[in-house]
Ligand binder design. Structure first.
Ligand code: ATP
Ligand code: FE
Length: 355
C-alpha cells in the first residue's frame, strides 16, 4: 500500500509518500516547508498568514514528494490528509488540496487526526505493537495515552492548562530567544546551571497523571523580573540558568508522571510493554534521556522517533492513512475540517489511581 500524506494544521506545510510492504513501512519521501520565517516578526503563528501560505505551498510540496519518491499519482493507493485538530484555515487548505487530487484521479480520500499521526509514529519508525503507552508532548498537547489500536486510545491524563511546547515557546519569548522556543531554550540550557534558580514542579503532589505548565512559565517570568529589578537586566548566564532550570522542571514533572502512567499501563499486562514519546517536545534531548531512564527502571522498552518525525511532518499522516486504509476506512468529498478533534474519551475509572 502506497499513500500520499498531506499536513497543514499549524505552521508547517508538508507532503510525504509512505509505502507499507511485507517487512514494514518505508518513508519514500518527506517534504516539510516551515513557515518560521513568515511568523517570526509576530512572536507566534498568525492563522490568516499560515492558511494563505499553506494554500500556496501545498502543490509544490506534493510535486516534490512524488518526485523524490520517484512516483506519479498513478502509483498511489490513497491520499491521506490531516482533517484536524488545528488552525482551521490551514486544515481547510490541506483538505481542499487532497480532495482536488482525489477528484482528479479517483483515488480514495482518508481523513487523519493529526494527534493520531503523532501517536502512531512509533509504529512507523519502530514497528511497535498495540497496546503501547505513548506520551504525546507537542506545541498544543500533552497527554498520556494507551494506544490499543489505530483508532482506539485511552487517555490516562494530560495537561490542565498549557502544553509544554507552548511553555517552551513562551519562555523563549520572555527571555528574548528565537521561535520556535524549544530548540532555542534547549541550546541555552546547555550553558546553564539547572539548580541556580528554584522553580516549581507543578502538580507533583496530586495523584494521577495530570500535569500543569502555566505556573512554571509564570515562575520564570517572575524570576526574570526579580533579576532585572536587582541588577537592571539579565546576564547571559542568568538567561542560560533560567532555561536550564525551566527545562529541568518540565523534565522532572514529565518523568514522575510517566512513572505513574507506566504503572497504570502495566496493570493491563501487555505482552511486550513499550512506552513511546511523540510530538515536537519529544525532540528535547534532556527529556528523552529522563524518560528513557524511567523506562529502564521499569524494564519497559522505550521508543523515541528521530527528531524530524517528532515535529510536524506528513510521513506520520501518510502512515496513519495506511493503517486506516487497511482497516477499510474511506472518506467522502463531504469531509469537513475539524478545528477540535479529541483523540480519545478519558477513562474516569483509571484517573486518579496512578500514584
Ligand atoms: P500539536 O501537535 O499539539 O497540534 P504542533 O503541531 O504545533 O502542536 P509540534 O510540531 O508537534 O506541535 O511541536 C512543536 C513544538 O515542539 C513547539 O512548541 C516547539 O517549541 C517544541 N519543540 C521543538 N523542538 C523542541 C526541543 N528540542 N525541546 C523542547 N521543545 C521543542
Ligand atoms: Fe503536531
Amino acid at each position: 500500500v502506497t499513500v500520499l500524506g498531506l499536513e497543514s494544521s499549524c505552521d508547517d506545510t508538508a507532503a510525504a509518500v509512505v509505502r507499507q510492504g511485507r517487512d514494514g513501512a518505508q518513508i519514500l519521501s518527506s517534504i516539510v516547508h516551515s513557515q518560521d520565517d513568515l511568523h517570526s516578526a509576530y512572536g507566534g503563528v498568525v492563522p490568516e498568514l499560515a492558511a494563505r501560505a499553506h494554500a500556496e505551498k501545498l502543490d509544490i510540496c506534493v510535486i516534490q514528494a512524488l518526485h523524490d519518491a520517484g512516483l506519479t499519482l498513478a502509483d498511489l493507493d490513497a491520499v491521506a490528509v490531516t482533517a484536524g485538530p488545528g488552525l482551521i484555515g490551514g486544515v481547510v487548505a490541506g483538505v481542499m488540496c487532497a480532495k482536488g487530487i482525489c477528484a482528479a484521479t479517483g483515488l480514495p480520500l482518508i481523513a487523519v487526526n493529526h494527534l493520531a499521526g503523532h501517536a502512531l509514529t512509533p509504529r512507523l519508525t519502530d514497528n511497535v505493537d498495540f497496546p503501547y503507552l505513548v506520551l504525546l508532548v507537542s506545541g498544543g498537547h500533552c497527554q498520556f495515552l494507551i494506544a490499543h489500536g489505530t483508532e482506539s486510545f485511552t487517555r490516562l491524563g494530560g495537561t490542565i492548562d498549557d502544553a509544554p511546547g507552548e511553555a517552551f515557546d513562551k519562555v523563549a519569548r520572555l527571555l528574548g530567544l528565537a521561535q520556535p522556543g524549544g530548540p532555542a531554550v534547549e541550546a541555552e540550557a546547555r550553558k546553564g546551571d539547572a539548580a541556580h534558580f528554584a522553580l516549581p514542579r507543578p502538580l507533583l503532589d496530586r495523584a494521577g497523571c495530570d500535569l500543569s505548565f502555566s505556573g512554571l512559565k509564570t515562575a520564570v517570568l517572575r524570576q526574570r523580573d526579580i533579576i532585572a529589578l536587582d541588577k537592571g537586566g539579565l546576564t547571559r548566564q542568568d538567561r542560560a540558568d533560567l532555561c536550564a532550570g525551566f527545562q529541568q522542571a518540565v523534565t522532572d514533572v514529565l518523568a514522575e508522571k510517566s512513572r505513574r502512567a507506566l504503572a497504570l499501563y502495566l496493570t493491563q499486562d501487555p505482552a511486550a510493554p513499550v512506552m513511546a514519546v511523540a510530538g515536537g517536545v519529544a525532540a528535547n534531548g534532556t527529556i528523552r534521556a529522563a524518560l528513557e531512564a524511567v523506562c529502564a527502571q521499569s524494564k519497559v522498552a522505550f521508543v523515541a522517533p528521530p527528531l524530524a518525525l517528532c515535529t510536524d511532518n506528513a510521513a506520520m499522516i501518510a502512515y496513519t492513512g495506511i493503517e486506516r486504509f487497511r482497516l477499510g476506512a474511506r472518506d467522502g468529498m463531504d469531509l469537513a475540517a475539524r478545528p477540535r478533534w479529541p483523540l480519545d474519551q478519558s477513562s474516569p475509572a483509571m484517573l486518579g489511581s496512578g500514584k
